[in-house]
Design a protein. Sequence first.
Length: 324
Amino acid sequence: MLDRIAEAVKTSENIAVLPHITADGDALGSSFALALALAGIGKKADVLLEEKVPLIYCFLPGMEFSSVYEEETGPKMRRARHYDLVIALDCGDIERLGTRRKVFDAAEKTVNIDHHQTNTGFAALNLTDTGASATGEIIFELIGHLGQKIGRDAATSLYAAIATDTGGFRYSNTTPHTHEIAAELIRLGVDVADISQRVFDITSYGKVKLMGAAIRNLELLEDGKLAVMAVTNEMIRSSEAREEDSDGIINVARNIRGVEAAAMLRQLDSGEIKVNLRSNNYVDVAAIAARHSGGGHKRAAGFTTAGVLEQVKEAVINELKEAL
């Protein structure tokens, strides 16, 4: 399949790369690295995003290829460009493309590259490698199939992609091959200390205050095996935090000694509730997310649903209790 995707790239001129909505480090790092590689072989590459790049990832090389997709028509809008090929990255299903599904559906050729076990195979060419720790691993291989050498910039974005999805190489999805790829990227000039500091250490004061507010409403249930927390719009406002500052807070709950499963509910401006799920050893949170049209991995998954915060929270608690 890598060969078939490489051939689709080589026979295309205008290519759009689409990471999933609320793109994380893996989605962005993979997209930017791929765009750099595509430009290196003479292709016109656009990384179309649903939202602005979170501040934490604005240092990633290749960001210059990105823009926030605008639905409005007009000669200056990127949607007016005809794409020979559209590549969806790190998207479990087509709904994760948001408004950019129009771009995907209009393309002559479509590719779906992912590592989530819940991927629905929605493109003409589908490559889902559930053994890969991150989509960045697959893009590393694809760039090789394109006959392109990975430069320091692409290596930096790929390293960030893999590091973020493995929690700094601490999660169970980390494999020997993950470390082999990381070693090669470091040989290419990646500054490990700089990336690690930017991604894992530096935080905003707003996030620190938001984390404190979330910790204050944290509940431990089922004899300490289940941890649940919520982030409301009021908490975001009072903390003077950004939307992206809620990312990663769920790890505080999951990392409590004795906790097997954790959930964080985020109240969105749309009125919907975003649910992040994590587990440590045996609960399959991807199965729970899939029942709500979400997806992810056995130990990290999520979904978005309509409803009242407290009601959704009660339902999530009941499902996690059953899983426990």
